[in-house]
Structures are given as structure tokens and as C-alpha cells.
Design a protein around this ligand. Structure first.
Ligand code: FAD
Ligand code: NAP
Length: 551
């Protein structure tokens, strides 16, 4: 095994592994690879580590999985020593954490920042990937790991006239690094997903006027964010082995919380309302675990949706505005549920107005206004909280050529196809972290990231030990997995929503439920069994002469 380069200045032409992306996935992948003696190079298009938390610097950005759980578990010392300040840490603190991890594990020397991977071509004879970057550099690697992120390709909407707007236009997913000051400005906010819902109250507190343009009303639960006390932190720290085990193996979504043992219709209306009220008061994502059938049974789901609609009507004083804010187009939870701080109450402020762009879509953006139903809503600045080309967007932007020169985009033209979300047939030695077909975005993502990284690391060690040159998803195993992913999704209410899980937010994108909804515990067991059975379903090619991975 060759030793890793000391710095970009010592970059060389061949590595065991090229990793694309330096978010939480790429960082942990690098750490594992180094520890196992593989040479690795990470390319990151941004100027620093942290991925999501490097790019999404919009006002109000914070995690929606509690920080004591939305954090790495691979280092006992790290999880014991890092102090999260709040129940849901703000973006700046999560970015600080990512930087701390990079320093603590000395990751930067193998990461090349400000460098996009543009192209990756598999050479079938050499059994190597040839990876070309935005800097014009081409390197060879036996393996490529795409740690490119599920929510990393910010989507600017195709709204007529957007380019004519004369004020500043910001996208939440690509926010400037300098502070943006909205004081005294009239701000237009387009989009009411998690990003819009988190940013609206903060922007409203600063701007002269905030106009929110809402296409789809969304369900949101109060975060009840607060400072974390030392006792609260210790409650996690002292029980981390069990908390992390539960999140990995038992919880469907990688979050330690009590699991519901009954359906919503098993309780009387009074009891049910009491349960919802308790969860509303407690705040956070666990609202959806009040019952075990909210994602499965529409009548059960309606009871939770009605409860939230009722709360919106209680909070928002103007009945017409309250009605507009009440979601009616999808079952609760089938679009990623939002977690907010004072979102609905924001509409009681005199400097905030809500414009319905479902009934009357935006006609045009002019030099200084958003035109809806013939009326110009004048604004000085625009915030696009319009989301991402999720799960496949960042992968699709790389020109990836597998066996026979076929591109991944050609193969995925009708929707992504993978075996276990980890590999795609015809693309040997190319791994995806939290790829489509894995639980990824339906889970606490750090749990899913760590599971994938560990699985890939074990796989590479196995290949090195047995002198294997390539491994790839078998076509039959892949077809079966894709069918299974679809079948499990079809048994739930999720496909009923026009969500980014379905690709529905991107015009022309195939409508397929992309993540695996079978649960992280079940999924982990499947992955482990596949590995234990000699990587069942994968095609394995021996090196002509047994050799170390990339020597
Ligand atoms: P990312 O963090 O997206 O990192 C991928 C990196 O790859 C990026 O830095 C990108 O620049 C780089 N990259 C992509 N393509 C290329 C290329 N071709 N060349 C070079 N570099 C490239 N999940 C949760 O579980 N809990 C939360 O509370 C939560 N909150 C979120 C809040 C926001 C605002 C958003 C947008 C997402 C949130 N998520 C949350 C999901 C979040 O994306 C994941 O939790 C996690 O941070 C993903 O890490 P990652 O390393 O897989 O991807
Ligand atoms: P999103 O959920 O996709 O929401 C995008 C919003 O923009 C939607 O309201 C959408 O309306 C609207 N929109 C998109 N294109 C539009 C157009 N052309 N015209 C008008 N409206 C348009 O994106 P997001 O809010 O950035 O969140 C994406 C995901 O990132 C979340 O689901 C979550 O997983 C993660 N995230 C998490 C947090 C957190 O709380 N920690 C915060 C932010 C993001 P439609 O619904 O009608 O399409």
C-alpha cells in the first residue's frame, strides 16, 4: 500500500480511492480509509469542509434532528468532549464542529478544496477510474466514492423574468459567506419547505417587510429549541452506547426515541388529542411517532394532520391567512415535516404578508417586483428557498462513464437504479454514500452516513485481502432491490405527495420514490447479511495476480 500525499503540493497521479465531497460523509470516509492504509484524495468544490453546513448559511438554519444525536458516533472521545450549546445547533456551530473534526483527525492534508470533480471514466482494461477535476487535473484510482450529498445541488426555479430582477437574489442552499443585512428592506421569500420555514421568522425580525410566496402549504411542528444544560448533555453522554445502538439497529429513522406501539385509531379521540398535544408541546420530529400507522393509513394520518391544522388556526389571527397556511394537498409527513421556531406566529406580524401562488402562480419577476394575478408585490431583495435537485442532482452533474462507455445519466434516465443504494450495475468500484435506494434522507443522516462508510471500508478491506480487482452490483440483484424499494414505498402514503423524495420538484425528473423506506435497522441487517454471504448479488472480478488494492 502506498502512503498518502502530504499536501496538495505533493499530489500525485494515482490513489487507491478518490472521494468526491467533504461533507460529513466524505470526511468520515477519508478518516476510515486512512486508518486502513488506503491512499485517498478528497475533492471538494467548496472552500471548506462541512457540505450542507458550509453552503446553507441562511438566517435561522439549524438541524432538525437533535444535536446530541445529529453528530458522529465513531469517536467516543469526540462525542464526550464536544459541547453542543442548543437542542438544535445553529448552522455556524455545526460548521464549527465539522471544522473541529477535520482538525482533530488531521483530514485537511488529503482534501483538495475549490476543486470540482467533472468527469470519471472507467478503464475496463486497467480496471481503474480516471477522474478529471475542474482544475484540469486527471488522476487514476481503483475506487471512487461519491460523497456528493443528497441535498447539495441547489435548485433555482425557472420563473419568468428572474434574471431581470435588479436587487440581490439569494438561494438558501448557496448563501453568501458575508452577513446579509435585510434591515430596512422589503424582502420576497419564495418557498415554504424547511428552509423557507426556518428563515421566514428571522428575516421578518429584521426586514422592513417580508412577503412570503407560498405554493404548497407545509406541515410544521414547533422545534422548542432551547439551550442545552450540562445535565441534558450528560444524559446523552452517559448513555451513548445504548442511544447509538438503538438509533442504528432499532429506530426506523436513526433517532433514539420511544417507539409507538399502537395505531392512531386504537385510541379514543380524547386520548389521541392528548397524545398529539403532548408531542406538540415537546416539539420536534417525534410528533410523527405518536402512532405507528401515521405513514401508512390515511384515516389515521388525517387525525394528526387535523390536529396540526387546528393549531395553525389557533396561532394565526387572520382567518384567511390561517386557512392558506393549512396544508391540504398531502398527508402529514409525506413531504419532509418541518420543524420551526415561531413560523406560523410570524404571520401575525404587521410587516409580514402571505401570497398564494398555487391558485395564481407567479406570472413574472420584474426589476423590482414579483407579479401575481396582475398585482406587483414590490421587493428590494429576493430569497429563493426553492430546494434542491435531491438525491441524484449532484451525481448527475458529474460525467460518469462505466462499462462500455455508458454514462450513469443514460442508465438513470428513467430513475436511479442501484443495488442497496450503494452501487449501480455497470459501474464497478464506484460507491455512493446515502445513494438512492438507501434510507438516507428518511433518517438521521449521520447514522446512515456512518453505516455506509463502514460498509464500504469493510468491503475494500475484503477486496484487498482476497486480491479482488473489481466489484459491482449484479444486474439481477439490482433489479430485485429496485423492485423491493418501490414495493415498500407503495405500501405507504409517501408516494401521494409531490415531494422531492419523488423527484416531483424538478420538472421532467422521473417520478420514483428514491429513498428506501424499510427503516435503517432492517436495511443495516440486509447490508450486513449481503456482506456476510460473500457480497451476495455483487459481481466480483479477481485481479490477475493477487495484489494490494491500488499498488
Ligand atoms: P453534503 O453535506 O451535501 O456534502 C456533499 C459535498 O460534496 C458538498 O460540500 C459538495 O460541495 C460536494 N460536492 C458535490 N459534488 C461535487 C463534485 N462534483 N466535486 C466536488 N465536490 C462535490 N439531515 C439530518 O439528518 N438532520 C438534519 O437536521 C438535517 N438538516 C439539514 C438542513 C439543511 C439546510 C439541509 C440542506 C440538509 C439537512 N440535512 C439534515 C441533510 C444533510 O444534507 C445531511 O445531514 C448531511 O449533512 C449530508 O452530508 P453529506 O456529506 O452526505 O453531503
Ligand atoms: P423544499 O422542501 O424542496 O422546499 C422548496 C419550496 O420551494 C417548496 O415550498 C416549493 O413548493 C417551493 N418552490 C420550488 N420551486 C418553486 C417555484 N418554481 N415556484 C414557487 N415555489 C417553488 O426545499 P428546502 O426547504 O430547501 O428543504 C429541502 C430539504 O432539506 C428538507 O426537506 C430537509 O430534508 C432539508 N432541510 C432541513 C432543514 C432542517 O430543519 N434542519 C432545513 C432546511 C432543509 P412546492 O412544495 O409546491 O414544490
Amino acid at each position: 500500500m502506498t502512503s498518502a500525499p502530504a499536501s496538495p503540493a505533493h499530489a500525485r497521479e494515482a490513489y487507491d480511492v478518490v472521494v468526491v465531497g467533504a461533507g460529513f460523509a466524505g470526511m468520515y470516509m477519508l478518516h476510515r480509509l486512512r486508518g486502513l492504509g488506503f491512499s485517498a484524495r478528497v475533492y471538494e468544490q467548496g472552500g471548506g469542509v462541512g457540505g450542507t453546513w458550509y453552503w446553507n448559511r441562511y438566517p435561522g438554519a439549524r438541524c432538525d434532528v437533535e444535536s446530541m444525536q445529529y453528530s458522529y458516533s465513531f469517536s467516543e472521545q469526540l462525542q464526550q468532549e464536544w459541547d453542543w450549546s442548543e437542542r438544535y445547533a445553529p448552522q455556524a456551530e455545526i460548521l464549527k464542529y465539522a471544522n473541529h473534526v477535520a482538525d482533530r483527525f488531521d483530514l485537511r492534508r488529503d482534501i483538495q478544496f475549490d476543486t470540482r470533480v467533472e468527469r470519471a471514466v472507467f478503464d475496463e482494461r486497467a480496471k481503474r477510474w480516471s477522474v478529471t477535476t475542474s482544475g484540469g487535473e486527471t488522476v487514476q484510482a481503483q475506487f471512487v466514492v461519491l460523497a456528493t450529498g443528497c441535498l447539495s445541488n441547489a435548485r433555482k426555479p425557472d420563473i419568468k423574468g428572474l434574471e431581470n430582477f435588479e436587487g440581490p437574489v439569494y438561494h438558501t442552499g448557496n448563501w453568501p459567506h458575508e452577513e446579509v443585512d435585510f434591515t430596512g428592506l422589503r424582502v420576497g421569500l419564495i418557498g415554504t419547505g424547511s428552509s423557507g420555514i426556518q428563515s421566514a421568522p428571522v428575516i421578518a425580525g429584521q426586514a422592513k417587510h417580508l412577503t412570503v410566496f407560498q405554493r404548497t402549504a407545509n406541515f410544521s411542528i414547533p422545534a422548542r429549541n432551547a439551550a442545552l444544560s450540562a445535565e441534558e448533555r450528560d444524559a446523552f453522554r452517559n448513555n451513548y452506547p445504548e442511544i447509538r445502538r438503538f438509533a442504528r439497529e432499532v429506530a426506523r429513522n436513526g433517532i433514539y426515541a420511544e417507539q409507538p406501539d399502537r395505531g392512531a385509531l386504537d385510541d379514543s379521540e380524547d386520548v389521541r388529542r392528548g397524545k398529539y398535544a403532548g408531542r406538540w408541546e415537546r416539539g420536534g420530529l417525534t410528533f410523527m411517532y405518536a402512532y405507528n400507522n401515521l405513514g401508512l393509513d390515511r384515516t389515521a394520518n388525517d387525525t394528526a394532520a387535523d390536529y396540526v391544522r387546528g393549531k395553525i388556526a389557533e396561532i394565526v389571527r387572520d382567518p384567511a391567512t390561517a386557512k392558506l397556511l393549512q396544508p391540504n394537498s398531502h398527508p402529514i409527513g409525506t413531504k419532509r415535516i418541518c420543524i420551526d421556531t415561531d413560523y406560523f406566529a410570524t404571520f401575525n406580524r404587521p410587516n409580514v404578508s402571505l401570497v398564494d401562488i398555487k391558485t395564481n402562480p407567479i406570472e413574472e419577476i420584474t426589476a423590482n417586483a414579483v407579479r401575481v394575478a396582475g398585482q406587483d408585490h414590490e421587493v428590494d431583495a429576493l430569497v429563493l428557498a426553492t430546494g434542491f435537485d435531491a438525491m441524484t442532482g449532484s451525481v448527475a452533474k458529474i460525467d460518469i462513464h462505466g462499462r462500455g462507455g455508458r454514462t450513469l445519466n443514460q442508465k438513470w434516465a428513467e430513475g436511479p437504479k442501484t443495488y442497496l443504494g450503494l452501487m449501480s450495475a455497470g459501474f464497478p468500484n464506484l460507491f455512493i454514500i446515502t445513494g438512492p435506494g438507501s434510507p438516507s434522507v428518511l433518517s438521521n443522516m449521520i447514522v446512515s452516513i456512518e453505516q455506509h462508510v463502514d460498509w464500504i471500508a469493510d468491503c475494500l478491506v475484503h477486496m484487498r485481502k482476497d486480491g479482488l480487482a473489481t466489484m459491482e452490483a449484479g444486474g439481477e440483484a439490482e433489479d430485485k432491490w429496485v423492485a423491493h424499494v418501490n414495493e415498500v414505498a407503495a405500501g405507504t402514503l409517501y408516494p401521494q405527495a409531490n415531494s422531492w423524495y419523488m423527484g416531483a420538484n424538478i420538472p421532467g425528473k422521473p417520478r420514483i420514490f428514491m429513498p428506501y423506506i424499510g427503516g435503517v435497522g432492517v436495511y443495516r441487517r440486509i447490508c450486513d447479511e449481503v456482506a456476510a454471504k460473500g457480497y451476495e448479488g455483487f459481481l466480483i472480478e479477481r485481479a490477475e495476480q493477487p495484489q494490494a488494492a491500488a499498488s
